[in-house]
Design a binder for this molecule. Structure first.
Ligand SMILES: NC(=O)c1ccc[n+]([C@@H]2O[C@H](COP(=O)([O-])OP(=O)(O)OC[C@H]3O[C@@H](n4cnc5c(N)ncnc54)[C@H](OP(=O)(O)O)[C@@H]3O)[C@@H](O)[C@H]2O)c1
Length: 207
């Protein structure tokens, strides 16, 4: 929960300033980060779109509260986002992919849009066309949680306790746990993770 809720809160709400009624595109909606971002943004009144690698994951993300889920293996998310937003683009993107997604993300952002980069599964280098950054007044930012100091993490914890923990207690949002393995079955857990069939988190238990 610290890895996902702290990361999503600090990047989507604090850093990118997502507001109710705004639109958010979450790449990798079936990931631990993605399932958390969809639920939180939906709970706080934003409209969430997401990309995933299978139709099963699309269906799951819709159940979590996404307004639309795009299978990136069969559809071009830039075209779909343009259609879903009447050509306006989304206000905020939470991206864990990077690489070739970067120029495509810029195309998907609305005027005054904000891109938050928190992982780089497709590579650390990208080419940038600076024109849309000027014309659409875009903000490109990102962060990593682990290197931040205790004071920063404590401040996030306080916000989460006040604003998000009540939702967890009510059961209106929940951490998504795909499966649980004993520590001695760690190999099976890794095989599942490499297959990318999982949605949400895979847990290892230590007796
Ligand atoms: N910056 C930070 O502070 C911070 C904090 C926590 C985590 N992270 C990073 O955030 C990422 C997600 O973490 P996690 O634990 O939630 O990982 P995870 O569950 O393993 O998620 C990885 C996801 O990426 C998806 N994916 C792969 N290629 C994709 C593509 N081209 N388009 C859209 N989705 C794609 C996979 O789903 P499909 O099967 O749908 O492809 C999978 O669900 C990791 O890279 C992690 O290191 C960063």
């Amino acid at each position: 929960m610290p890895e996902t809720f702290f990361t999503v809160w600090s990047n989507v709400f604090d850093r990118a300033g997502l507001k109710p009624q705004e639109t958010l595109l979450v790449h990798g909606g079936g990931s631990g980060i993605g399932t958390t971002a969809i639920q939180l943004a939906h709970a706080f009144g934003a409209h969430v779109f997401t990309t995933v690698g299978s139709d099963e994951k699309c269906a799951f993300c819709l159940e979590l509260g996404a307004k639309a889920a795009i299978n990136y293996r069969s559809r071009d998310f830039v075209e779909v986002i343009s259609r879903l937003t009447d050509g306006k683009g989304v206000n905020v993107i939470l991206d864990i992919i990077g690489g070739d997604y970067f120029p495509r993300n810029l195309k998907c952002l609305s005027a005054d849009g904000r891109l938050v980069q928190i992982a780089l599964q497709n590579g650390v280098k990208s080419e940038i066309n600076l024109l849309p950054v000027m014309l659409k007044r875009l903000t490109i930012t990102g962060s990593t949680l682990r290197i931040r100091d205790t004071e920063f993490k404590t401040a996030i914890a306080r916000q989460l306790k006040a604003k998000v923990w009540p939702l967890l207690e009510q059961g209106s949002i929940k951490p998504v746990i795909h499966s649980t393995f004993k520590l001695t079955e760690a190999g099976l857990a890794h095989a599942l993770m490499e297959s990318s069939r999982h949605t949400g988190k895979i847990i290892l238990t230590v007796d």
